[in-house]
Design a protein around this ligand. Structure first.
Ligand code: TPP
Ligand SMILES: O=C1C[C@@H](O)[C@H](O)[C@@H](O)C1=O
Ligand code: MG
Length: 639
């Protein structure tokens, strides 16, 4: 056997360099690079290997392990899972910081390779700095926390285990039906230990991303079901984007006159302007898609996980039959569906071939719904604060709005700002989001002018993904302008990969909607009978002892300026226009600090979201909220 003597870490780097994927006959290197934050748990092992010979791996330096791993996820998501990044952290807290990202990637079915350092395999120096020491089980380390949130988990306790660990890692990372975070714990001593690795382990490997074919029987079932229905609605999920199935979906939809609604992950697979594209569907959906969904007699979910936001907690199309086309057996089986377990493109084409002259019974409903939504959208764009103002989320903080106007020195409404941004950015620019009220506004209101320009992490809705995600997207698409759409809460939670964007000269634009609070959660609590409690950013009031004092204001522009970001403070639409135009011309990252009034985001459209309202309370408004919940629950599917 030909062998080569390398440390475990050197072998790992060499192996990563030799991995390729093939999709539709096209080959591409699979692992573009590696994000690093070095500490004692990885610097002299994997760090040494990367310094000596990184091969073609691009080495990046993160600011926070969660941030860098979120950037890695965003990179892979924007690349439609055809290329990924790895991330190496030190042991203990550095590793633990990546657990949230592992969960985010796994929830979204996006491949990332996480390589946390681990405690000594020999245990000689135990307890090492940052070792937890579970007294009931010494084999447990921080890295065991990744087990719950990884699609594949392993620990390389001897150099030769690297081979089976990495082959399994690649199996999962390139499996479109079941990908997500892959975590390989690397004990710090083992990283530096040498072994005679067989040369064959390092040969170029091409992992084919297969288009799974449907069974003939499942296609027959699907055809029979569709033929028995008059008003089907397609739901376009993220799987359509990852399968590059947009053209197939458009052809299918046009041929049979079936409209489609978009999920957060699927949005922008097809331009919003397509006459059959109804836009976002579900809890954060728009009027058009939700109306058509309500009346549909068949839902055809293509590449969707059917989260509660898509199904309106199974209340939105509760009576309709469901057909799924999904590469994952697990997701295909949801909602008791008739299922076609297949790649989205292949599945749609196979049904299309067999469906013959079928046409739906839609007359003017689709255009009527789209027109009604366009009128509503125009109204949302135009909302201005003024005399007798009633916010979209009315009856909750109405009397507090003048205080916000005064403190912010701004009367801007969120929906008008969003409309403005949508009009002013390039058609090919990419918007990135994740949490807060913006994902709802964006799914409803954002007009995707060209394909793959909407990037939303709404599987885990992880606050702080926005800025790190924008960096990952920029690394994936360096030629395009990228806009992180973030609330103040998300920004404060995690934004430091903004500094990495400066370091790398990868310009991103942060559009910061500051309403001084966890706005959407304030809406949620007050909409379910509570008061405003712990969600506005107000100072602790010495008189009441509660956080109901003055509104906090933060000069986000000033803070970011200190990083070296080009910043803008915006209080009017004129200032916003000037900022957006100028930001486009900048070469460094930019941040636009926009003070927007709370309660001026868009509200729901004919949808319901099941949340855990209290069954017992002294407050009448809570009792009412619980009664309302029961009524809605009665109308929803039970599973
Ligand atoms: C990491 C994380 N923690 C908590 C939450 C729950 N959560 C969702 S939105 C939100 C508040 C978001 O505030 P902000 O970013 O200011 O957006 P706004 O709703 O005000 O527009 C919170 C706390 C979350 N999604 N992610
Ligand atoms: O709890 C949540 C409520 C949603 O409105 C929000 O978009 C999301 O980020 C979340 O976590
Ligand atoms: Mg906020």
């Amino acid at each position: 056997m030909n062998s080569i003597r390398l440390t475990t870490a050197q072998a790992l780097v060499r192996f990563l360099n030799a991995q390729y994927v093939e999709f539709d006959g096209k080959q591409e290197r699979f692992i573009k690079g590696i994000f690093t934050i070095f500490g004692h748990g990885n610097v002299v092992g994997l760090g040494q290997a990367l310094e000596e010979n990184p091969g073609d791996l691009e080495v990046y330096q993160g600011r926070n392990e969660q941030g860098m791993a979120n950037a890695a996820m965003a990179f892979a998501k924007q690349k439609h899972r055809k290329q990924i990044m790895a991330c190496t952290s030190s042991v203990g807290p550095g590793a633990a910081n990546m657990v949230t990202s592992a969960a985010t990637a796994t929830a979204n079915n996006i491949p990332v390779l996480l390589l946390p350092g681990d405690v000594f395999a020999t245990r000689q120096p135990d307890p090492v700095l940052q070792q937890i020491e579970q007294t009931h089980n010494l084999s447990i380390s921080t890295n065991d926390a990744f087990r719950a949130v990884s699609k594949y988990w392993d620990r390389v306790s001897r150099p030769e285990q690297l081979m089976s660990a990495m082959l399994n890692a690649m199996r999962v990372l390139t499996n479109p039906a079941d990908t997500g975070a892959v975590t390989i714990g690397l004990p710090q001593d083992v990283q530096g230990e040498a072994w005679n690795f067989p040369v064959s382990f390092f040969e170029k490997r091409v992992h084919r991303i297969e288009r799974r074919q449907p069974s003939l029987e499942s296609i027959k079932d699907a055809v029979k079901l569709i033929q028995s229905k008059k008003k089907p609605l397609l739901i376009l999920g993220g799987g359509v984007r990852y399968s590059e199935a947009a053209d197939a979906l458009v052809e299918f939809s046009e041929r049979f006159n079936i409209p489609f609604g978009e999920t957060q992950a699927g949005k922008s697979a097809v331009e919003s302007s397509h006459p059959l594209n109804l836009g976002g569907v579900g809890v954060t959906g728009n009027l058009a898609a939700n109306q058509i969904a309500k009346d549909a007699d068949l839902i055809i979910g293509v590449g969707t996980r059917f989260t509660d936001f898509t199904t309106g907690s199974k209340h939105l199309f509760a009576e309709a039959d469901v057909l799924t086309i999904n590469i994952s057996e697990f997701h295909a089986a949801k909602l008791d569906a008739v299922k076609v377990v297949a790649d989205a493109k292949v599945g749609l084409n196979a049904i299309s071939e067999e469906l013959g002259p079928y046409k739906t019974a839609y007359e003017s409903e689709i255009t009527d719904a789209k027109q009604a939504w366009q009128r509503e959208l125009n109204r949302l764009y135009e909302i201005k604060y003024g005399e007798g103002f009633k916010p979209e989320i009315a009856g909750q903080l109405d009397d507090k709005l003048p205080e916000y106007v005064e403190v912010f020195g701004s009367q801007l409404t969120q929906t008008s700002v969003l409309g403005f941004v949508n009009h002013l950015v390039d058609d090919h620019a990419i918007v990135v989001g994740a949490a807060g009220s913006l994902p709802g506004d964006l799914q409803r209101m954002w007009v995707s002018k060209t394909r793959n320009t909407y990037h939303m992490e709404y599987g885990y809705s992880c606050m702080g993904y926005e800025i790190a995600g924008a960096l990952g997207v920029k690394l994936a698409e360096p030629e395009r302008e990228v806009y992180a759409m973030t609330g103040d809460g998300s920004y404060l939670m995690l934004h430091t990969e903004l500094v990495t964007s400066l370091q790398e000269g990868k310009k991103i634009n942060v559009v910061l909607f500051d309403n001084s609070g966890f706005g959407c959660i304030n809406n949620l609590q007050m909409g379910n009978g509570m008061g405003s409690f712990g969600t506005e950013f107000r100072k602790r009031n010495p008189e009441t002892g509660k956080m109901d004092g003055n509104i906090m204001t933060i000069d986000f522009a000033k803070v970011a300026e200190g990083y070296g970001v080009k910043t803008y403070s915006v209080r009017t639409l004129e200032e916003l226009k000037a900022a957006l135009v100028d930001a486009k011309n900048q070469t460094v990252s930019t941040l636009i600090d926009i003070k927007v009034l709370p309660k001026t985001m868009s509200d729901g459209y004919d949808s319901w979201w099941n949340v855990g309202v209290a069954e017992v309370s002294e407050k009448e408004s809570i009792q009412q909220a619980f009664e309302d919940k029961k009524i809605n629950l009665d109308k929803a599917r039970t599973y």
